[in-house]
Write a protein that binds this ligand. Structure first.
Ligand code: THU
Length: 134
């Protein structure tokens, strides 16, 4: 699947965003090794800190459908510059693929691609290997 198709999926789900407090809608589309795409949008709450980021929704949807092998994620917002996932989302994504490709796009078509390992270096070094058993 092309980056552009993944971005289109993120653009589409972004319309479902529930973000009355920030007015900032975000869409995310996660691509798996098998070629499946799972999407998420940000969901805000009157108790602000309960907000769920678009990336978190996409990860939850993928796992609920039995997928964990992530190759890339597209994140789209109506911003001047492409937005990067927040620190919490970086950590969440690193759990499944520390070298995930992150495609960040604006609604006006500016696109930037980085590796998660650049945004969150050495995320799980030494921990997953010694403690995880999956
Ligand atoms: N947000 C995301 O959903 N993903 C990001 O990568 C950055 C921020 C959301 C959280 C909040 O609902 C709104 O954008 C403003 O920060």
């Amino acid at each position: 699947m092309s980056n552009q198709s993944l971005i289109s999926a993120a653009v589409s789900v972004r319309q479902k965003s529930y973000s009355p407090y920030s007015g900032f809608s975000v869409g995310a589309a996660l691509l798996t090794k098998s070629g499946d795409v799972f999407t998420g949008c940000n969901v805000e709450n009157i108790s602000y800190r309960l907000t769920i980021c678009a990336e978190q929704g996409a990860v939850a949807s993928a796992l609920a459908h039995g997928h964990r092998d992530f190759i890339s994620i597209a994140v789209v917002a109506d911003s001047k510059k492409p937005i990067v996932p927040c620190g919490a989302c970086r950590q969440l994504l690193a759990e499944f693929n520390p070298a995930l490709s992150i495609i960040m796009a604006t609604t006006s078509g500016e696109v930037e691609e980085v590796l998660l390992s650049e945004l969150l270096p050495r995320a799980t070094q030494g921990i997953l290997e010694s403690k995880r058993n999956v």
